[in-house]
Design a protein around this ligand. Structure first.
Ligand code: ARG
Length: 452
């Protein structure tokens, strides 16, 4: 059985059922590199405070750096019999530096250790998401630019509404991704790295000794790295029991997931035979074991499906936190799996969607067929009448009647005579009406957009 970080007060060995039930190393090993960074920071503080001399610090540092390299090159194997990753790292460090390791835990508690490591995990995870969000956004922009002349029917209530440029449709998702990017930024900035909480009550080390620069350990965006400045805790009770940052990351992931799910749903619908707007590259579809003709958008369905997990992860941590008295309670250990899960799901979704979107091909002929539906231009006819001085509400009623007449009598508006049109409004001029029943004319008549 692996060594624990506690035990002196116990007269009996822990029941194996308890060991098993309380263990978290099987998932919190993902915090290994961040826990090691936490220890590297902590030994600088201990040195500043006079608890470690130069040689001791150097010895611990070289042991920790060796462990860090092992994590980075994949040779670090978590000991699954340990209680958690913090215990495992301490034991592994002991194997390298001997009993000097006993000094490492001076003025330190896992309650704080776990917060520090999880905060670093969150910051790094958010930075990864930012890169992936930018990638997908660029892919959408490129697809939009390649198809800048394509007009498609726009929908409300899943019914034909008005024609819109495909590029505007795609860039609507670009707008969502931009807001997502901003949310990742804010979530990362909100994460304050603190030490000095101890288990809950603070430590005997003077706050001034916590003036340690952490940014050197962190790769990535320069501006964000500035927020990696370590600060002495302002309120140690809050520091060890705050999980707002986890919830903000889960919230950010849930919203990204919701956006990706909507994009997926649009692509699923567009790729159906009924719509036929697009074809998805074979490399991003799957087949059926029974029906040989099938080419299914499973990737998109999984993106849609995972959204449930992302919401669930957010809800599980919100619910887990809601009744907890101050300060640390073991319940909080249960924030890890949802957190890791959400970051991993969203990263994978962004990567696979970027590949899929790159390979989308639009079927212009089929889209044009859909654009023949004259009801798409009804609103343009209303604006036409308004331009002739008819009040909007009256124009709306006139065109409503015209559309109904066209449906009831199976006659296209564009083939109606001037006299027939005149029955609805004296202001209708056939040659004008025919020009208005056109996708390009329709989209070009909209002047209110200030495209980015
Ligand atoms: N594995 C624990 C967690 O993730 C670490 C903190 C344990 N602290 C304690 N007092 N038992 O929350």
């Amino acid at each position: 059985m692996a060594k624990k970080l506690w035990g002196g007060r116990f007269a009996k060995a822990t029941d194996p059922l308890v060991e098993e039930f309380t263990r978290s190393v099987q998932y919190d090993y993902k915090l290994a590199e961040y826990d090691i960074i936490g220890s590297l920071v902590h030994i600088q503080i201990l040195k500043n405070a006079g608890y470690l001399n130069k040689t001791e610090k150097a010895k611990l540092e070289s042991g920790l750096k060796a462990l860090y390299s092992a994590v980075k090159d994949g040779t670090f194997k978590p000991d699954l019999s340990c209680e958690d990753i913090h215990t495992d790292i301490q034991n592994k460090l002991q194997a390298k530096v001997g009993d000097l390791v006993m000094k490492l835990h001076t003025a330190r508690s896992r309650n704080e250790q776990v917060v520090f490591a999880t905060k670093l995990y969150c910051k790094a995870g958010l930075m990864k998401l930012q890169e992936a969000l930018v990638d997908l956004d660029i892919t959408l922009c490129e697809l939009a630019a390649k198809n800048s002349d394509v007009v498609i029917p726009g929908f409300t209530h899943m019914q034909h509404a008005q024609p819109v440029y495909l590029m505007d449709y795609l860039m609507a998702y670009g707008e969502m991704l931009k807001r997502d990017y901003d949310r990742t930024w804010v979530a990362a900035k909100n994460i304050e790295l603190t030490m000095g909480a101890g288990a809950l009550a603070g430590t005997p080390i003077d706050a001034a000794k916590y003036n340690v620069d952490v940014s050197g350990y962190i790769k990535g965006n320069k501006d964000l790295r500035k927020s990696f400045k370590l600060q002495p805790t302002v309120n140690s009770l809050d520091s060890v029991s705050d999980r707002d940052f986890v919830i903000e990351v889960l919230n950010t992931a849930a919203i990204i997931g919701m956006h990706l799910s909507r994009l997926s749903e649009d692509i699923i619908i567009w790729s159906s035979k009924e719509f036929g707007f697009i074809s998805i590259d074979d490399a991003f579809c799957t087949g059926s074991s029974l029906m040989p003709q099938k080419k299914n958008p499973d990737v998109l369905e999984l993106v849609r499906g995972y959204t449930g997990r992302l919401y669930g992860n957010l809800m599980s941590v919100l619910a887990m936190m809601k009744g907890l008295p101050l300060t640390y309670n073991r319940d909080m250990q249960l924030d890890k799996e949802p957190l890791f899960d959400s970051i991993e799901i969203v990263s994978a979704e962004l990567a696979v969607l970027s590949g899929l979107v790159k390979g989308l091909k639009f079927n212009k002929a089929k889209i044009e067929q859909h654009l023949e539906d004259e009801s798409l231009y009804a609103t343009d006819l209303v604006y036409y009448l308004v331009g002739k001085g008819v009040a909007f509400k009256n124009a709306h009623t006139i065109v409503g009647k015209l559309v109904k007449y066209s449906i009831d009598n199976s006659v296209e508006i564009k083939s109606m005579t001037e006299r027939e049109l005149g029955k609805f409004s004296a202001s209708f001029k056939k040659s004008d009406i025919v020009k208005l029943l056109d996708p390009k004319t329709s989209v070009e008549s909209k002047k209110s957009l200030k495209r980015g």
